[in-house]
Design a protein around this ligand. Sequence first.
Ligand code: 1GP
Length: 272
Amino acid sequence: MTPDEGLLSHVHNRGHGCQHIILIDPGKQSAEVAAKRAVIAVETGSRMIFVGGSTDTPDDVVHETCKAIQEILELKTFTASQDPTADEDVWKVPVVLFPGGAHALSPAADGILFMMLMNSKSRRFLIGEQLRGAPALKQYGVETIPTGYLVFSPGGRVGEVGDADLVNSGQEELVYSYALTAKMYGFNTLYLEAGSGSSTQVDSNSIQAARQVSELCLIVGGGIRNEEQAAKAAAAGANWVVTGTLTEDATSDAELKSRLEAVIRGIQSSSS
Ligand code: 1GP
């Protein structure tokens, strides 16, 4: 649910240091399980929920998942508002679509990363999917977050499907140029992606290179599984660290909670 300060201000989390985003893939669990996991994440300290991931999830599955998460967050907010010892703001966490294309949209989301896959070699991911999705988003009234999306080596499935000319470590000048270009296009957010489930995360020098464009909100994800990796991304200048596989792989609620606690601890220990 949209926080009181508004979605864009929340995304730009100035003054909050680095924060955690949980990525929930509606193609990998039922809406009920997704909602339960979202609650555990928010209780543990996640401050944004991304819904998306798989490339072929139908709209209705995405919509059911967004709805289930929104309903439980509303209920939790209401319950907290009736309890003088509880802080209802904790539950005001936005549900944001992280789309693989013009499919998988939902009017139940608070917003969407409206992305240009900046290093794609395919027109489809630079502007084509966006052209297809824009009218539906206008009709739904879902708020768009203009985002440059940059895929790093190894890139995983998104690198392949998105036909990305992958960025490698050691290409800091190129990363800086991409970050400047993103800003000059008017994007307020840049997502540095190593690929879901990837064996390595985006390297610190690349994050620092993008961080030189101080106006940009930096989201960093892909291959982050533990406290040290999360700490590294936060220390290099990420505003948000995203984890997805960590959640999908957890076999119990207790395991999910302890994994999230570790990642959030890492972020908070290194965040400036
Ligand atoms: C993928 O950046 C996200 O788009 C999260 O990656 O699944 O490796 O956490 P993981």
